[in-house]
Design a protein around this ligand. Structure first.
Ligand code: GTP
Ligand code: MG
Length: 196
């Protein structure tokens, strides 16, 4: 599959399942807590600087945003979850929205789960992984913001997440959206999944 994307268009922001576009093109969805860098990773993956909105206010992306790439596939930016300062009622709305997307009969070829590499996996992360596994959808785990760690700490972080979430090495990726590290590997993996 060609790695060059010509036209990327914002297609829709869905605040409720009835706004989801009719399933047709294959989809890749990005999921993670608020502020881990979902939008940044989407921009880096597509090599577009200001496509998905990057925000320093956690919890910024509230809708599910669909981007269409060259009549080839859809990129789906899911709203961040697990941010404590957001009222419970809103958090529940998000959960319903995200879960109805993920469990719908859609051609979701890959889920990209993003975590902040500086954290340690906790109960919420494990619950998310369990949920994703129960869906039976293919996924990879991206540990982002490695520029915030010393290089000597990278391997330890990898081990912590691998063991904490019981993952295979092949499904784990280290990235820095800020520095552009590890993005090519993630892009290749996404394109591979979209092709299959
Ligand atoms: N140092 C560093 N900062 C990053 C990296 N990736 C993203 N950021 C910063 O982290 C903040 C959040 O990034 P976003 O891409 O908006 O994160 P998000 O997960 O889409 O956030 P929500 O939409 O609020 O859930 C921004 O200030 C980014 O500039 C990275 O690899 N390294
Ligand atoms: Mg975002």
């Amino acid at each position: 599959m060609k790695e060059h994307f010509k036209e990327v268009k914002f297609q829709k922001g869905a605040f409720s399942p009835r706004d989801f576009p009719v399933p047709s093109l294959p989809e890749v969805a990005f999921l993670g807590r608020s502020n881990v860098g979902k939008s940044s990773l989407i921009n880096a993956f597509l090599r577009k600087r200001r496509l998905a909105r990057v925000s320093s206010t956690p919890g910024f992306t509230r809708a599910i945003n669909f981007f269409r790439v060259d009549h080839r596939f859809l990129v789906v930016d899911l709203p961040g979850y697990g941010f404590a300062r957001v009222p419970l009622r809103i958090r529940q709305q998000w959960k319903v929205l995200v879960e109805s997307y993920l469990s719908a009969p859609r051609p979701i070829k890959l889920l990209v789960l993003i975590f902040d590499v500086r954290r340690k996996p906790d109960e919420l992360d494990r619950a998310l992984l369990e949920y994703v596994t129960s869906l039976g959808r293919r996924f990879i785990v991206v540990l982002n913001k490695i520029d915030r760690l010393k290089k000597t700490a990278w391997l330890q972080a990898l081990k912590t997440w691998q063991e904490g979430l019981t993952l295979s090495k092949e499904s784990l990726f280290l990235t820095s959206c800020k520095e552009g590290w590890g993005i090519n590997e993630v892009r290749r993996e996404i394109l591979k999944a979209l092709k299959e």
